[in-house]
Design a protein around this ligand. Structure first.
Ligand code: FAD
Length: 310
């Protein structure tokens, strides 16, 4: 446990790729930095098998990339502690971070707590996670080249990712629980015009089945006829929503209506001395590369911010 009285220049909340990069940049600028995480450093990369779209590596296992980022992030003195952060308070120019383990103080805070994909909560979903069940087409689509895949959902993400997958897969079946899509009209038009994309309407996804090693199909119930069918598939991409992990930051005035954190291009939120990066930001592409880029920017921005303090 770290001494509570110590005041840091920067506290980074969340030690995923974004947070670790911010810690690297800030500590290399000679700022004192503390990273706090309620899990293992590495963030979502710990749940990722092969990563094939992080430059510098043809393919690397998620936990290994997490370890390498951690080794890099701590080489200039950034510290790391386990803590579940419950809130941020403002006290003049001080930023106070409350956690289950105690209270920490800094001149600036970087929020890098990431986001969580909503689950269907059906049999097979957890069992085949990383073995055919995915929540990220850009991450995993290439593993399903020339194979049949199913996309579950009907919003913008489901349709966008379905179109993306159609460039790789032999066939994409979009399974939706209603009789029309919620996605923007332009996306709908593109999907309807794509020969490789088929739709199953009024379908309640009930189970993901496999051969114990990998996914082989998706079971759904036709809500009109009540009949149950199985679609053969090697991959199932689930897009039923994504939630920002910002439950601890409701009181500090940095969230938008959806619970995401908008920032300017320096990663500054609307509250001075609080920055946000990675999946938790209000943005479009949630990837390791984008989290890392934003982390570098925030690490530099906190330096500039602290220089400007009286
Ligand atoms: P995260 O990685 O989400 O890290 C956030 C950290 O904050 C976590 O460690 C969490 O424990 C911590 N935290 C949250 N709340 C609190 C709190 N209150 N107190 C303390 N700590 C807290 N991207 C790619 O580029 N390529 C891929 O191949 C790829 N594959 C993926 C596969 C899967 C299965 C998943 C789930 C994601 C994948 N992604 C991939 C997406 C990528 O992992 C994320 O975009 C990236 O990790 C986001 O980084 P981040 O730093 O914003 O947050």
């Amino acid at each position: 446990m770290l001494p509570m009285a110590k005041e840091y220049d920067v506290i980074v909340i969340g030690a995923g790729p974004g947070g670790m990069t911010a810690a690297l940049y800030a500590s290399r600028s000679n700022l004192s930095v503390l990273m706090l995480d309620r899990g293992i450093y590495g963030g979502q990369m710990n749940n990722t098998a092969a990563i094939e779209n992080y430059p510098g590596f043809k393919s690397i296992m998620g936990p290994e990339l997490g370890q390498q980022m951690y080794d890099g992030a701590t080489q200039f003195g950034a510290e790391y502690a386990y803590a579940n952060v419950t809130g941020i308070r403002l006290d003049g120019t001080k930023r106070i971070v409350d956690t289950d383990e105690g209270t920490y103080t800094a001149k600036a805070v970087i929020v890098a707590t990431g986001a969580d994909h909503r689950k269907l909560g059906i049999p097979g979903e957890e069992e085949y996670g990383g073995r055919g069940v995915s929540y990220c087409a850009v991450c995993d689509g290439a593993f399903f080249k020339n194979r049949e895949v199913v996309v579950v959902g009907g919003g913008d993400s489901a349709i966008e990712e379905g179109i993306y997958l159609a460039n790789l897969a032999s066939k994409v079946t979009i399974v939706h629980r209603r009789d029309q899509l919620r996605a923007q009209k332009i996306l709908q038009d593109r999907a309807f015009a794509n020969d490789k994309i088929e739709f199953v309407w009024n379908a309640q996804t009930e189970e993901i089945v496999g051969d114990d090693m990998k996914v082989t199909g998706v079971v759904y119930k036709d809500k009109i006829s009540g009949e149950t069918h199985t679609l053969p598939a090697s991959g199932v991409f689930i897009y039923v929503g994504i939630t920002p992990l910002t439950e601890s930051f409701h009181d500090v005035g940095i969230l938008d209506d959806g619970g995401w954190i908008p920032t300017d291009e320096t990663m500054a939120t609307k509250v001075p001395g609080i920055f946000a990066i990675g999946d938790v930001r209000a943005k479009k592409l949630r990837q390791i590369t984008t989290a890392v880029g934003e982390g570098g920017q925030a690490g530099q921005s906190v330096f500039d911010y602290i220089q400007s303090l009286p």
